[in-house]
Design a protein around this ligand. Sequence first.
Ligand code: XMP
Length: 310
Amino acid sequence: MKNVDKFIESACEEIRTEVGKGGAIVALSGGVDSSVVAALAHKALEGRLKSFFIDDGLMRAGEAKTVAGDFKKIGIKVDVVNVQEQFFSALKGHIDPEEKRKAFRDTFYRVLGDCLRDSKATHMLQGTIAADIIETQKGVKTQHNVLEQIGFSPARYGLKVLEPVRTLFKPQVREVGRKLGLPEHMCARMPFPGPGLATRVLGEVTPERVEILRKATVIVEEEIVSLKPFQAFAVLFNDQATGVKNGKRLFGNIIAVRSVDSTDAMTATPTEVPWKTMMTLAKRITEEVPTVVKVVYDLSSKPPSTIEYI
Ligand code: XMP
């Protein structure tokens, strides 16, 4: 990116001009896009920005606490809204990927609507980036944060939407974050999709199944992060397979490890994970996650595959 300072200056100016004497709201996910948007808006609006973290039960381990803590350190207060039950009841019984995405975003915007009604905001900030827009236009999938496509109308709440990083791709968003003084672990963080772990649970998304995946996700991140992949995570298959645990036959879960190298998520290739790491992953996941009996590594590139599983 040629001039990061200039981008920050003009994005803040745009936010200030748009919001005028009003106030804005941002829903943080802990990911780099919404974090950068929150930091930009905080710089532009200070006390007139209200930041929420919607705890939907689909986040990685310890996320609500970490995000609120990280933002507190840089002077941004984050309200954590616990709405896990609402999300799990909306996702109940859904197996079809697009139905799951729809259940997620309908709930997300209903919950967000409640937050908006209670706030005095006039504007809503979104961390939509260029890749989200391109993929949605191409019909690759319905990205939950592209509002016009999903028929969510912030106008119903009297709100205008601002998407200050809509022209940037992920590496540029990271650069802006660094310039704004966000901690390195936040800027360098792997992307995490809006619908969270729901994009990595094949079949029904239940609290129990998400918990299995969450445990496996911690292990994948711990073991693979040093290889610096673009994204690395675990996926829970809907099928089960036979294994032997504690001397007994167990028809248990299958976890896929997905790790990809990419610059902008438009294309991706599987990370060349050393065999030793592969073995450690399989050992740890089958030992530390009680119901898992098989671990596989996903070798597919994007295209024709996608990075996520739904
Ligand atoms: P796919 O699976 O389409 O993902 O290859 C490309 C990139 O986008 C992320 N992703 C999402 N991000 N909302 C988001 O904010 C979504 O609904 C969503 N779906 C996928 C994915 O993690 C990858 O980085």
